[in-house]
Structure formats: C-alpha cells, structure tokens
Write a protein that binds this ligand. Structure first.
Ligand SMILES: Nc1ncnc2c1ncn2[C@@H]1O[C@H](COP(=O)(O)OP(=O)(O)O)[C@@H](O)[C@H]1O
Ligand SMILES: [Mg+2]
Length: 251
C-alpha cells in the first residue's frame, strides 16, 4: 500500500457543516484512481487535504509506511511528503514570466537543490514525454491551454514523484484540446505512474483508471474496480451521475 487515508474530516470555519465526513481510501503503487462526483461533493478539498494545502480536522494518512496525524503534520514532514508527490491543477499554475523550461526546472533546482545542467536534462526529457520539447524556450502565454497543461504535467513527472494528484486537469480546456492532455495522461499511466485523478472524463475513468471512487456530499458512496463500476454502479446516485455525464458529452 502506497497511500492510505483513514477517516478524513474537514470543516471550513466560514462554512456550515462538514465538507468531508470521514473519507477513507487506499492507493497501491501503479494504481490510477478516478475520483468522480458532482460539483461541491468535496473532491478538491480531499486532494488539498491529502497534499496539506488544507489542514484536516481529523484523519490519518499512511504514506510509505509512515503513519501521519493529518491534523498536526509539521513543516518538515509536509515538505518530505511534497517532495514525493506532485499536483496538476485545473488552471495549470505555470509561471507566466518564466520559460517553459524554467517552469519545469524550478522544482528541481530550488526545491531539490539540483545543479542546473542536470535539471535541464531531466526537464527536457519530461518535456519530450509530453510532446513539448520544441517549446522549451517559449513562454506559457504563447501556448494553448492544452500545451500549458502538458507542460504542467512535465513539471510534475520531472520530479519523479511517487504519486501525482490531478484536479480536473481538462476542465478548463476547449473541447478540441482535451484529447492531447488525456493521451499524455494515459501514456504516463501506462508507464506505471501512480495517479489520483479528479475528473469528469468518463472515457478516461473507464479505460485508463483501474479504480473508481464516487463521492457525494463529503462521503465516498462507492469505491470499486473501474470495470465493475462502469458495468453497473451499485448505487442509484452513481448510476444517475454517470448517465448524465455521458449524455452531456455525447451531445
Ligand atoms: N476555502 C473554503 N472555504 C469555505 N468553503 C469551502 C472552501 N473550499 C471548499 N468549500 C466548500 O466545500 C464544499 C466542497 O467543495 P470542493 O471540495 O471544491 O468540491 P468539488 O471539488 O467536489 O466541486 C463546497 O460546498 C464548497 O463551497
Ligand atoms: Mg473541485
């Protein structure tokens, strides 16, 4: 088991009620887990708590055999975990005033104290894997959204993380740019990367992920192998959700 979350709870001070009401999940090395669920169900909050961008009100994380109280993880533990994980955001989060190459090397030279030459070699290899090597010296503003997200994925894989978290990586993209990002994600998955992916892309969830977690109102109401989930979701709500998303996307 590479990552385990047990009984994670989260409440925001300015929000009535719990946003996460005891979420538990397990991820094995090489797993690609799709997190599905309607807007507002707590998917982003879950990823942010797992990466300590938010502090949980209760919950235990087991990461590579370390047991961590998520309510009181200290700075050094958080930075240890962050060095082994990467995050891909909906809006890419690239530095617009830095070249593509610099965006990718930054986490290596400053975060990991790597020498520039070595960082650039690794960054170029990561950019090659996402088909963006020719744009190494371009600035993000000159790229399409799909290209920017591929650079963000290169930045993630360049650090050789144990796991990559994706939060709706294609939701901000024009429809014609979604495919190029999904196919890069599929290749990375096939190379064995462990991935936890919040997505509304049912084809990706069905054909690339091996596990599906369905959330609603801060609770995981279904967790199953992808094949079994898509063959017949156990709950009516998951069934209705999948049907409505498929319907929207086919129109
Ligand atoms: N920083 C915050 N402060 C207050 N409420 C928040 C905050 N972030 C999220 N929420 C609330 O938590 C709930 C879950 O949000 P979110 O995790 O973004 O859901 P999802 O990603 O599934 O759409 C929503 O009701 C949202 O309004
Ligand atoms: Mg979200």
């Amino acid at each position: 088991m590479m990552l385990q979350i047990r009984d994670l709870h989260k409440t925001f001070d300015n929000h009535s009620g719990e946003v996460l009401k005891g979420v538990s999940l397990s991820v094995d090395k090489g797993d690609v887990t799709a997190i599905l669920g309607p807007s507002g169900s707590g998917k982003t909050t879950l990823l942010r708590c797992i990466n300590f961008l938010e502090t949980a009100n209760a919950g235990t994380m087991i990461f590579e055999d370390r047991k961590i109280d998520m309510t009181r993880a200290g700075k050094s533990l958080i930075s240890f975990i962050r060095k082994k994980t990467a995050f891909v955001f909906q809006n890419y989060n690239l530095f617009l005033n830095q070249s593509v190459l610099h965006n990718v090397t930054l986490g290596l030279t400053s975060g990991r104290k790597m020498h520039r030459a070595q960082a650039e070699t690794i960054a170029m290899e990561a950019l090659r894997r996402v088909g963006m090597a020719e744009k190494a010296l371009a600035y993000p503003g000159a790229l399409s959204g799909g290209q920017q997200q591929r650079v963000a994925i290169a930045r993630a894989i360049a650090t050789s993380p144990e796991i990559i978290y994706f939060d709706e990586p294609t939701s901000a993209l024009d429809p014609e740019l979604i495919g190029e990002v999904l196919s890069v994600m599929r290749e990375i998955a096939q190379d064995g990367m462990t991935m936890l992916v919040v997505t509304h892309e049912m084809e990706f969830a069905r054909h690339v992920s091996n596990h599906v977690v369905f959330m609603e109102q801060g609770v995981i109401i279904e967790s199953a192998a992808s094949e079994a989930f898509f063959a017949s979701p156990k709950t009516d709500r998951a069934q209705a959700f999948v049907r409505s998303i498929m319907h929207q996307h086919q129109m």
